[in-house]
Write a protein that binds this ligand. Structure first.
Ligand code: HEC
Length: 155
């Protein structure tokens, strides 16, 4: 009898842990920002990491538009490849755990689209097609910035 009680206690404890992790995965660590957006709470280091990645993204997007506008497919391919590599930095587990599910989806979406941009540039070698893809990709930037803010935790 005693063993069964211990077993049940362990099962319930594990269940609570699994539900807790699942809940964290869906909601992340968030507050409502003063301007009504969702504020994701990160440490100073994590926030700086994400913002540095973001500035890199903006710079690479500008370089890509410039290369495609010049109809320079080799430069377009080179920068599209850099964009697929930029996104790899975001696989920081602690940051991902703090972002809500909808944010994770937007983030995964844009990474998939960077992959397609690069693959299409290599196979189609059409800078007009790449430019169109850039304009579609930028809808993710707009959607995410409209919905989320990053704030530093007190610690
Ligand atoms: C999944 C969400 C998401 C996507 C997609 C996204 N960003 Fe961001 N980005 C953010 C958040 C959140 C901030 C912080 C905004 C704030 O705190 O007001 C930010 C901030 C920035 C900043 C400001 C950096 C700084 O130093 O303050 C730039 C520039 C930026 N993003 C560029 C981009 C570009 C360009 C794209 C698309 C190619 C993009 N972002 C896509 C979430 C995203």
């Amino acid at each position: 009898m005693k063993n069964i009680k211990v077993l049940w206690s362990i099962i319930i404890l594990l269940l609570v842990i699994v539900l807790g992790v699942g809940y964290q995965f869906v909601t992340g660590s968030v507050l409502t920002a003063k301007d009504g957006r969702t504020a994701i709470v990160l440490t100073k280091g994590e926030r700086n990491f994400v913002l540095t990645e973001m500035r890199g993204l903006l710079s690479h997007m500008q370089q890509l538009i410039s290369a495609a506008a010049d109809k320079d497919i080799d430069r377009t391919i080179k920068i599209a490849k850099l964009l697929t590599e930029d996104s790899k930095g975001e696989t920081q587990v602690s940051i991902i755990a703090k972002t809500p599910l909808a944010f994770k989806k937007l983030s995964t979406n844009i990474h998939t689209q960077f992959g397609e941009l690069y693959a299409d540039a290599v196979t189609k070698r059409d800078t007009d097609h790449s430019l169109k893809q850039v304009s579609i990709i930028m809808q993710n930037c707009i959607a995410c910035h409209g919905a989320y803010q990053l704030v530093e935790s007190d610690k």
